[in-house]
Design a binder for this molecule. Structure first.
Ligand code: AMP
Length: 288
């Protein structure tokens, strides 16, 4: 039996091309979902696309490695770029449109001089402590993506939990007419949260990497049984270090505001971790 050919999504490389296609859908009364990504797609991204597919008539996936969110010391130039494979995966998922700015100047033309500086969850003292300009870069590009694609909903992963809260707050604060939806973290069988950066791990580092999720789960279980917060986190941090990581933070925060908590009774509580193994920095989080 002949298989139905998969239809490749359209690809827009400029803002006017993107706007033309979206306006055509809007004229027909169709709803639009946006899934922002930096490409190098994996099953975590695909879960977001599937959620978007269920919630809107049309799905736009943006692929843009955003220089504004990388510090000079970070991996902008070596970040994995796998555009053709990404588009093939999106065709399988019946995404309607890939928004792939032709180059950095499409997003940041000569003379570009405006930045969004988010506060609240963006200055909670988690990622922002180690990547001081990161959320300014994220908020600025996401605000642009939102105005460019004018979606009804935008889907982000809980994998980047602080980012999800920053983007949700920003959309609300700027009265952007869309709803931000969070999607659960997709994991490898051994619990490691999927990430484009996992490709950097050596075999030995990859074997140690599931420790992050294991420790988060262990801490959450202890806390639920009534263990003291500070002691639980100290022990968790030691276990992560014994596996070969340098820990940036392992913290318990209020799941909505990201404010500090002193016990699970101040909850709902989220545990968040960031740690480096070799040259690779990994993050993860779970609900308690
Ligand atoms: P990135 O391409 O890393 O910027 O991620 C694009 C989007 O995919 C963000 O909203 C991420 O939170 C989300 N994402 C990345 N990894 C995962 C994962 N393992 N599970 C769910 N969402 C993810």
């Amino acid at each position: 039996m002949a298989r139905k050919p998969t239809i490749r999504p359209k690809i827009a490389k400029t803002v006017p091309a993107l706007r033309r296609i979206v306006a055509g859908w809007r004229d027909k009364g169709e709803t639009v979902a946006l899934v922002p990504t930096m490409g190098a797609l994996h099953a975590g991204h695909i879960a977001l696309v599937r959620l978007a597919r269920r919630r809107a008539d049309r799905v736009v996936v943006s692929i843009f490695v955003n220089p504004a969110q990388f510090a000079p010391s970070e991996d902008f130039s070596t970040y994995p770029r796998t555009f053709d494979t990404d588009v093939a995966m999106l065709a399988q998922e019946k995404a309607d449109l890939v928004w792939a700015p032709a180059n950095v100047a499409v997003m940041y033309p000569d003379g570009f001089a405006t930045r969004i500086v988010p506060e609240g969850p963006a200055t909670a003292g988690l990622e922002d402590r180690f990547r001081p300009d990161f959320f300014k870069g994220v908020a600025t590009v996401v605000a642009k993506l939102f105005t460019q694609a004018a979606p009804d909903i935008a889907v982000f992963g809980e994998k980047d939990y602080q980012q999800l809260k920053v983007v949700t707050r920003m959309a609300r604060d700027l009265d952007l007419p869309l709803r931000v939806i969070g999607a659960p973290t997709v994991r490898e069988k051994d619990g490691l949260a999927m990430s484009s950066r996992n490709a950097y791990l050596s075999a030995e580092e990859r074997a140690a990497a599931p420790t992050l999720h294991r420790v988060l789960k262990g801490c959450a279980a202890s806390l639920k049984k009534g263990a003291a917060l500070a002691q639980t986190l100290i022990e968790g941090e030691s276990e992560i270090e014994r596996a070969g990581f340098a820990v940036d933070y392992l913290e318990a925060r209020h799941a909505e505001t990201l404010a500090r908590v002193s016990s699970v009774k101040d909850g709902p509580v989220r545990l968040l971790v960031a740690a480096k193994i070799g040259r690779t920095r990994l993050i993860d989080n779970i609900a308690v």
